[in-house]
Design a protein around this ligand. Structure first.
Ligand SMILES: Cc1cc2nc3c(=O)[nH]c(=O)nc-3n(C[C@H](O)[C@H](O)[C@H](O)COP(=O)(O)OP(=O)(O)OC[C@H]3O[C@@H](n4cnc5c(N)ncnc54)[C@H](O)[C@@H]3O)c2cc1C
Length: 234
């Protein structure tokens, strides 16, 4: 397993609680839209076994052509040891990345794509939307629906409805509006539905989509192949 040590080059305060950490891109570090990585803090591999409290799965919120690896996360006042260290991290500090892979690349099947996310889950979709803008081939339309009950909406410069780009975006701040909107999206019986959020969010969305006649092979979730049967039956 290759571990890439790299440096923080910029920190963006996206909202009161959400930050994006931009990392220098090691020369041979490769990823595609929808990728996640293992993001580790200094000291994680000092002992005989890796210290798991210093490692988290994180999506990469940038595309390779942006020249930095973006990690976007929410740091609440009450937080884990990992997040409390992250809160104090500075430009120039070292972090490590390993085992990078994408479970949710863009599917170019001449269908509409619906991106359903909760909170910071939108970070997983940012590079998908940018990739779609760069190369819209064989995709009918993309629509994003995001819920954040704190109204800390992310990336509103990118997630902006544009008829030229065949892209629509909707942000809501409560479950009632979210599930009403999701039900309407499920009326497209030919669409592809990407879902990113907590396991509970995935289960509720999959249940809604399946109830409305969407088949399991039209639903894409950010889980390793071996964990998909826990959520979707084919
Ligand atoms: C494929 C994949 C991709 C992912 N991508 C991302 C991503 O891009 N961005 C991202 O942020 N996460 C992502 N995650 C989730 C991530 O790995 C972490 O599980 C998540 O960010 C929670 O981090 P944490 O465990 O450090 O907890 P925290 O975020 O610190 O806390 C989780 C919850 O527990 C509460 N809590 C924690 N500690 C305490 C305490 N001591 N007292 C009281 N309450 C407490 C917090 O208030 C919060 O509600 C991804 C996961 C997977 C599997």
């Amino acid at each position: 397993m290759q571990i890439y040590w790299t440096k923080i080059n910029h920190i963006i305060d996206e909202t009161e609680e959400i930050k994006t950490f931009l990392l220098d891109c090691p020369e041979d570090f490769k990823w595609e839209e929808g990728a996640h990585t293992h993001f580790a803090l200094k000291g994680f591999n000092d002992g005989e076994r890796p210290n798991r409290s210093l490692v988290r799965h994180m999506s990469i919120s940038t595309l390779p052509n942006e020249k930095s690896i973006g990690i976007t996360t929410r740091i609440r006042e009450q937080c884990s040891e990992f997040k409390s260290i992250l809160r104090t991290i500075k430009i120039g500090d070292q972090v490590a990345l390993f085992k990078t892979n994408s479970n949710v690349p863009l599917k170019r099947e001449n269908k509409s794509i619906y991106l359903l996310s909760s909170g910071v889950g939108l970070a997983t979709f940012r590079p998908l939307v940018l990739e779609y803008f760069n190369q819209p081939d064989n995709i009918k339309h993309v629509h994003s629906l995001n819920i954040d009950s704190n109204r800390q909406f992310l990336f509103t410069d990118i997630f902006k409805t544009s008829s030229d780009k065949k892209f629509t975006s909707d942000f809501v701040d409560n479950r009632q509006d979210y599930y009403k909107a999701a039900e309407q999206l499920a009326s497209d019986k030919d669409g592809l539905f990407y879902v990113v959020g907590s396991d509970e969010f995935l289960i509720q969305n999959i249940d809604l989509l399946r109830t409305h006649g969407i088949k399991s092979d039209q639903i894409v979730i950010d889980k390793h192949e071996r964990r998909i049967p826990e959520f979707l039956s084919f």
